[in-house]
Design a protein around this ligand. Sequence first.
Ligand code: RNT
Ligand code: ZN
Length: 417
Amino acid sequence: MTNKERFESAKEIYASYGVDVETALQTCMEAPVSLHCWQGDDVIGFDHDGPLTGGIQTTGDYPGKAKNPEQLMQDMDKALSLMPGKKKLNLHACYGIFEPGEFVDRDKIEPKHFKKWVDFAKERNMGIDFNPTFFSHPRVKDGLTLSSPDEETRRFWINHGKACIRISQYFAEETGVPCVMNIWTGDGYKDIPADRMGPRMRYKESIEEILAEPFDSDKVKPCVESKVFGIGLESYTVGSNDFYTAYASKRDMMITLDTGHFHPTESVADKVSSMLLFVPELMLHVSRPIRWDSDHVTIMDDPTLDLFSEIVRAGALNRVHYGLDYFDGTLNRIGAYVIGSRAAQKCMLRALLEPTDTLRRYELNDQKFQRLGLLEECKNLPWNAVYDMFCLKNNVPVGESYIASVEQYEKEVTSKR
Ligand code: RNT
Ligand code: ZN
């Protein structure tokens, strides 16, 4: 059977469940996945030589990682060529591009340092999301940035946040697409703090100051990302989930849910409907937690399927942005990009192919057996034939054939670095 025949057959099967495959495909096509530049170089960036800090870690020394802007762009381009659908670029502030010999500290960065990224995005018809970088820097004092008791340290990082708002506005103006600006810091303590309130009070004030920087709220969408704990910061995270949920809800601003940032048995999917009643929009960092690590390559696992199902069921696609957030230095980094983006998209497509109306009818009629039975049967439906068509429509390799393409690129490009 050809892909087309498999697709036509799948279409008929789904129609018998009351699901319109073409609508699902179209919706999937329009939901951009934000591609995180930091998977390409193990979260190092271009403004420092030091290690990755802030409670996150990349392990592995797989050869060929991108060492400069040209290589990173080339690698992202390769990944993009193997990823179907609409994409956005997700940048970190430490990826600014300076003139040779030039160094600009984080509190002083300007839009011009990101011009090459803007050109890159525009040529590929992508919007840009942005992240201030509050880690891997000598001005992180005793593990703290925005919550530091040291006034000068706080000032430096507040100024960094403000600079990032101006750069985010520039991205939105240049690309014509709103820029989601995500604030995450690793601020916290390894061991039991004697004062949990003080750092949080300072943190709140610092974020207020950052957000006081003028910006157009149709163009810049600031959001805040919580975390349960960081590596080496196990006892206390200043920006905890409670802190940020309360903060974002009070300020009526977007919140970021990173799927790796909660207790292992906590369902991130369940948070979607609760939060969307109190905050205007959500940003998702789609990742995969494994024991202490929050950043393994995204796969099509149950939590990710549940998450996308909840977004679709809540009718919230237009209020949810999603990006990838993982970093793994033990395997081909371009391959990791492709695996994660395809996995997230497959979850999205499967959610869109669910016969939700029938499930809801069962639910309202208290037909619990029928609801569970249909949910189980949905797992057998030929969603993969639809995803293959999604790849075909987007002119990217179908199924595992992208593996050979990544291998070829490794042979010709990354292995020679
Ligand atoms: C860390 C957060 C954060 C980072 C990136 C690099 O746990 O998930 O989003 O991964 O900012
Ligand atoms: Zn994240």
